[in-house]
Ligand binder design. Structure first.
Ligand code: PHB
Length: 390
């Protein structure tokens, strides 16, 4: 029978061995990246573009980040908030990923942010704009490569104000992104002396717009501001034009209304004005090279979602580089992710202390299949980060 002392010594050796195994798993072998994105439903195209953009940047680094190979794990979140906690736990608990990357839908992303905080998992958000994530839920281990819902909405409100819009209506899906985007628009418009006379909503992801379009026709506002994206944006812009409303009431929106959608929207979207942190024809070497590489790799043109995926990988890469791929050096890693100036196809931008891009918002106009740059609507726009305490 081994003595108690021997047993304790053996246990101690085992413990040390397992601790050092954990430590080395944090600094060697592949980095496990969990992609939680919509691959089905109205936002499926957005999820695919984000994944493509992310993988393009990793490929450009020779397939390595911070000197380590990358291993991907994927979950289709279906843009379904009720399944979000289960889905994110598949990546955190089952697959044991080192980093979460996701997602598109604000409601799903809110659940991801809560899980990331509870489990102290690193989270990079390549789209979802939920204001709370870089507001009350802000955290050192959460960084966004995209925007807050407030940002493009506010910029479009400012533009509408300068165009003399006095009475506007908004229309959107009834969930965080729609509510926050239209709120931002209202704030910007009010600064210019206009106001929103009515907010119209329908449940996500419904596309039965007829009754609401009839109401717009009856109210005759000076302009309409709409937040829709993906498949829903295609249908809305087409229905708006089919009802003849685009001839008399300008349709404005955040750029999501016309990004990645123009081939399907065709004539119905021509000449529309939107605001966003990207425009297709930005004539810089960075954007031109990105667009060429993306088109070669994926046989399709990139959009804002592809850019955000690409930049999510850039931000993560900067963090990993600072610690030589050693994930146990968490503070240095997240500090580097916040300190970066991202050399993005959209133009250079920085990250606020709350973890959100500080970036120029452009006014764009639809010409053919492109969202063409017209002007800078608001320079270096920073989300107010209301409620963020770090
Ligand atoms: C969101 O839910 O935050 C969201 C979804 C699609 C977009 C933009 C924002 O294009």
């Amino acid at each position: 029978m081994p003595s108690t002392r021997h047993t304790l010594a053996a246990l101690a050796t085992l413990f040390v061995a397992s601790v050092s195994l954990t430590a080395s798993a944090q600094s060697t072998g592949p980095i496990k990246i969990g992609l939680m994105l919509p691959y089905t439903g109205t936002y499926a195209g957005l999820g695919n573009a984000i994944e493509n953009g992310f993988k393009l940047y990793v490929q450009e680094q020779g397939g390595k980040l911070g000197g380590r190979e990358v291993q991907y794990f994927k979950v289709d979140d279906e843009s379904e908030p009720s399944k979000a906690t289960d889905n994110v736990n598949k990546l955190i608990k089952r697959d044991n990923v080192d980093v979460l990357v996701g997602t598109v839908h604000s409601g799903v992303a809110l659940a991801m942010a809560k899980a990331a905080k509870e489990n102290n998992t690193l989270l990079v958000i390549p789209n979802a704009g939920a204001d709370a994530i870089t507001g009350p839920l802000c955290s050192a281990n959460i960084v966004r490569s995209s925007f807050s819902n407030w940002q493009p909405g506010y910029a479009m409100g400012v533009v509408a104000g300068t165009k003399g819009i006095k009475r506007a209506m908004t229309i959107t899906w009834a969930y965080a992104a729609g509510a926050e985007s239209t709120k931002g628009f209202t704030e910007g418009l009010e600064k210019g002396g206009g106001k929103v006379v009515k907010d119209l909503t329908l449940p996500f992801p419904n596309v039965e717009f007829q009754a609401l379009l009839t109401e717009i026709a009856a109210q005759k506002p000076d302009a309409v501001y709409a937040f829709f994206a993906g498949g829903g944006a295609v249908k809305f812009v087409k229905d708006y034009a089919a009802a003849g409303l685009n001839k008399t009431i300008p349709l404005y929106g955040p750029g999501f209304l016309t990004d990645g959608t123009l081939e399907a929207q065709g004539a119905s979207a021509q000449n529309m004005l939107t605001t966003l942190h990207y425009a297709d024809n930005l004539d810089t070497p960075r954007n031109n090279n990105f667009r060429k590489a993306y088109a070669i790799a994926f046989k399709t043109q990139p959009d804002v979602y592809a850019v955000q995926g690409y930049d999510a990988a850039q931000i993560l890469a900067a963090g990993l580089k600072a610690v030589n791929g050693d994930l146990s050096k968490r503070d240095a890693l997240t500090a580097a992710m916040h300190k970066i100036t991202v050399d993005s196809p959209r133009g250079k931008f920085t990250i606020s202390p709350a973890g959100n891009p500080v970036q120029d918002i452009y006014l764009r106009e639809v010409k053919g299949n492109n969202n063409e740059f017209r002007s800078v609507a608001v320079k270096s726009l920073s989300d107010p980060a209301r409620g963020c305490k770090l």
